[in-house]
Design a protein around this ligand. Structure first.
Ligand SMILES: [Zn+2]
Length: 589
């Protein structure tokens, strides 16, 4: 999903303060915010912005919430009741009743056993009622419930296959602020027709259907059968394999041919009109495109959504083959801004382009087909692998169409939002992803940008992205998997770099002092192993490549030759602070 942009007020120094006024006008409305940037960027896409961004390193870390028992039960804290089986397939049936905002459904869960067990855990929110749980042999299974966890009594031996069916019903959680605070959205379109959707990335799929609700066990495929009133259309992930009518109702059957994150499994119900298209991709394959939009917006959508093609072509060239050829690609008009639902991306951003002339919701969510949907973080602690990569993908697209300066400007605006209140990588084992902490987005993107500058070899950098994508396509990953790929491709150990930027909270500070004869410098806020290079500019003309460490070093810079020293905000993520005391610390030779 796309972050709701909020800049920390104190992040901006004088030059950026006028920009801040736009932020306060549009605290949560990122679209409005970006319209404000529009004119700024049209003025300056050929040159660098000249914003001075002060690094914000709060003295104290923000505290994580106290995780409740129900959060722990829902988290990835792999208990033996979940580790003992691997789900291979879900067959989901849901009847949507828009009048009383309820669901009636059933799910068949097919799995392989990984060890002997007599109990397993599946999940369904407490407010949803279980009617029955039936074994493959047709026996009713007993179970106990603890918050959202359901402990089912079922005895199986290792290396076997089994299935069970759960019948359930209820009124699912209603979304407070979709997609960030998720749940069901029971909306109406302008013509008063039902317009329904669900977003549950942070809450989990078990808010509306029973499943093993963890990010590290994706089924190999899923069938989603949605029954709705006859004049409505139900759209889900994957491709449509059938539609059957039964009196007043129609059932739409969608098949997802690939592994899928459970929070990506979704439905949209509305009076949609199909906007079919296709695209010849760089791989030589033909991608089928099947957008579903409200009829009132059909003509607008025809023109506006076509831009997705440019994004898909660019991403395939940059990251590797589009992951879901069998299922195709579609944007579905949603009653909320956007969400990366695999092969059925939610689009509700109003058919407007933001600055730079494109719709950044489509650009961002489409990047998630590679980063998030295909390569998925196995735990939300590593969600920067999805959000940071997708945010960075936006900047790469800008670079490809408008050049390096536009790329740097795009990233510099995102830099305003870096808050450093928590490390990028969060606490593992809980289903915890707080949309208000957006460092996994903007700082995540800056980690990649900084790393790219540090290695200063685009061939290796893009090979890393492609190879990581290829190796872990349709799989779940950790940050360590990425670091290992970096080390393998560079032939160097970059643990020191990622340790600082992912696991430490603060942004490094280059402390310096210039007394007119010598220039003193060192890294502050870093681990002793940190050894990133930094660029010093003399009279905006001469570049000096510094190799700072935690220890103070000095070089001779005479004020008789140079009048001015400077650093830039564009190349790497670090702050700059002047410290007179460095002169008194004996520099290392
Ligand atoms: Zn996102």
């Amino acid at each position: 999903m796309k972050t709701s942009l909020r800049a920390d007020r104190s992040n901006l120094t004088k030059k950026g303060r006028w920009l801040r006024s736009f932020h306060s006008l549009a605290m949560t409305q990122s679209i409005v915010l970006f319209s404000a940037y529009f004119f700024l960027f049209t003025l300056s896409s050929c040159s660098l912005l000249g914003l001075h961004v002060k690094v914000q390193n709060p003295k104290h870390a923000n505290k994580y919430p106290k995780f409740s028992e129900s959060t722990k039960l829902l988290g990835n804290e792999n208990t033996k009741y979940r580790n003992c089986f691997d789900v291979t397939y879900y067959n989901l049936f849901v009847m949507v009743n828009e009048e009383n905002k309820s669901l009636k459904g059933a799910v068949e869960i097919y799995a392989t056993t990984l060890s002997d067990f007599d109990t397993l855990q599946i999940d369904l929110y407490e407010n949803m009622k279980i009617i029955s749980i039936i074994s493959e042999e047709g026996k009713e299974l007993s179970y106990t419930r603890k918050h959202g966890a359901i402990f089912v009594a079922i005895k199986e031996k290792a290396n076997a296959k089994f299935s069970l069916a759960v019948d359930y019903e209820g009124s699912p959680l209603v979304a407070a602020k979709p997609p960030w605070k998720g749940g069901f959205v029971w909306s109406k379109d302008k013509e008063k027709n039902p317009w329904i959707g669900v977003a549950c990335e942070t809450e989990g799929a078990s808010l509306w259907w029973p499943c093993k609700d963890v990010n590290n066990d994706e089924p190999d495929s899923v069938t989603i059968n949605i029954t709705v009133k006859k004049d409505l259309v139900a759209v889900c992930n994957g491709h449509l394999i059938g539609k059957t009518s039964n009196g007043m109702f129609d059932t739409y059957r969608w098949f997802v041919s690939y592994p899928i994150n459970l929070y990506d499994v979704t439905l949209y119900v509305g009076k949609f009109k199909l906007l079919a298209d296709s695209l010849e991709m760089p791989s030589g394959k033909t991608l089928s495109i099947n957008h579903y939009v409200l009829p009132i917006n059909y003509e607008k959508a025809k023109t506006h959504l076509a831009q997705a093609k440019d994004f898909l072509v660019f991403y395939e060239k940059t990251f590797g083959e589009y992951p879901w050829y069998k299922d195709g690609y579609k944007l579905v008009e949603s009653p909320y801004e956007g969400m990366e639902h695999q092969s059925a991306i939610a689009y509700g951003a109003g058919y407007k382009n933001s600055y730079n002339g494109f719709d950044y919701i489509i650009l961002h969510e489409s990047a998630h087909e590679w980063w998030g949907n295909s390569v998925s973080a196995s735990d939300f602690s590593d969600v920067w692998l999805q959000e940071g990569f997708a945010t960075y993908a936006e900047a790469l697209y800008v670079e490809s169409t408008e050049g390096k300066n536009a790329y740097l400007n795009y990233l510099l605006v995102y830099r305003l939002f870096i808050a450093n209140k928590y490390p990028v990588v969060g606490p593992a084992g809980y289903r915890y992803f707080d949309y208000r902490n957006s460092d996994c987005y903007q700082k995540g993107a800056w980690v990649l940008h900084t790393f790219r500058t540090q290695i200063s070899d685009d061939k290796i950098f893009f090979d890393i992205l492609k190879s990581f994508q290829e190796k872990y396509a349709k799989k779940t990953v950790t940050s360590q998997n990425f670091i290992d790929m970096v080390n393998e491709k560079t032939g160097e150990d970059y643990e020191w770099f990622f340790k600082q930027y992912l696991y430490e909270r603060k942004t490094p500070i280059l402390e310096y002092y210039w007394d007119g004869t010598d220039f003193y410098y060192h890294w502050k806020n870093v681990d002793p192993t940190f050894k990133m290079s930094a660029e010093l500019m003399l009279d905006n003309l001469v570049k000096v490549n510094l190799k700072p460490t935690v220890k103070v070093q000095k070089i001779a810079v005479s004020s008789l030759t140079y009048k001015e020293i400077s650093f830039n905000n564009y190349t790497k993520l670090f702050g700059i602070e002047k410290n007179k005391r460095l002169r008194k610390i004996s520099p290392t030779p």
